[in-house]
Design a protein around this ligand. Structure first.
Ligand SMILES: *[C@@H]1O[C@H](CO)[C@@H](O)[C@H](O)[C@H]1NC(C)=O
Length: 279
């Protein structure tokens, strides 16, 4: 809302006031009204400017909003767009909170973990985090990578890394990753990959090119770097979720383990919001 225009429009009766100047009584009344109007306007302007910004966010995760939150968590991530005209509060000098999930593309725990924790959380905090999807595997001495569920899993990991390279927006590559994970036994079946690429606006030809560039050396390097990173931070289980470079929760053998704050989306969102506020 443009306060200046509002102010001008309301205060303009000054001109009208002059026309009535023959009648002193009415003029005084008008003047007095003018003062009152000006005071009210100043008050309003001050309120608008001083409206505490955090109010907006608190309401996002207050218990009152849990229904909406639930609905949001069921919305596919790629359908999430900020509502028209709804401006997100501008955060200056805020750091992005490191948020990372370590997975294997053909691991059922990774599927649960993405579906139940990572994606619903990302839908709400994607602009406050630096999200990284990392892979678990064993770098081999010949420059390759060994994956627990075989070469097909390595290929799945590579496709997910390539989808990320081609589409840095987590809404896209996480949507694509969730899509193929839902059918993880078929990874890297061409029909599955092509269907999910189409559904999430990932260029299938580009994906193919990325996976096969330099005889696959380019993609293998992506996978090696990712696997190496996981190894360096000491993560061994798929799926391990880390926040601010510390283990937040692990999904292992169909159970949540090592989750001191619980495996709840709500609690994870609060944790991220809190960390984002610290600078
Ligand atoms: C995001 O995190 C990755 C590591 O996961 C790091 O390499 C990168 O520099 C970070 N980016 C920003 C903008 O913090």
């Amino acid at each position: 809302m443009d306060e200046k225009r509002l102010l001008a429009g309301l205060v303009d009766p000054v001109g009208e006031r002059r026309a009535l100047s023959s009648n002193t009584f009415r003029r005084r009344l008008r003047l007095r009204f003018g003062y009152v109007a000006a005071l009210v306007l100043i008050g309003l302007t001050v309120c608008v400017f001083l409206q505490p910004e955090p109010l907006l966010e608190v309401s996002n995760w207050s218990p009152m909003a849990s229904k909406e939150e639930l609905m949001l968590s069921k919305t596919p991530i790629y359908q999430l767009e900020s509502k028209k005209g709804e401006k997100r509060p501008v955060h200056t000098s805020r750091r992005l909170v490191p948020f990372e999930a370590h997975i294997m593309s053909k691991c059922p725990d990774a599927v649960d973990c993405l579906r139940e924790l990572v994606l619903p959380t990302m839908q709400q905090v994607y602009d406050k985090v630096n999200f990284t999807l990392s892979f678990i595997g064993r770098p081999t001495s010949d420059g390759g990578v060994e994956c627990m569920h075989g070469p097909a899993e390595c290929m799945g990991n590579i496709l997910e890394l390539c989808a990320h390279k081609l589409n840095p927006d987590p809404k896209i590559y996480l949507g694509f990753t969730m899509c193929i994970s839902n059918d993880y036994e078929r990874i890297p079946d061409r029909e599955l990959i092509e269907g999910c690429a189409l559904e999430h606006a990932v260029d299938f030809e580009a994906l193919n090119e990325c996976a096969t560039r330099d005889d696959g050396q380019y993609a293998m390097n992506l996978l090696r770097d990712s696997v190496q990173r996981t190894k360096e931070v000491g993560v061994t289980k798929s799926c391990t979720v880390r926040v601010d470079n510390k283990i937040y929760c692990i999904r292992d053998n169909g159970e949540w383990t090592d989750c001191p704050s619980g495996p709840g989306v709500h609690d994870l969102i609060i944790t991220v919001e809190k960390l984002a506020r610290q600078n």
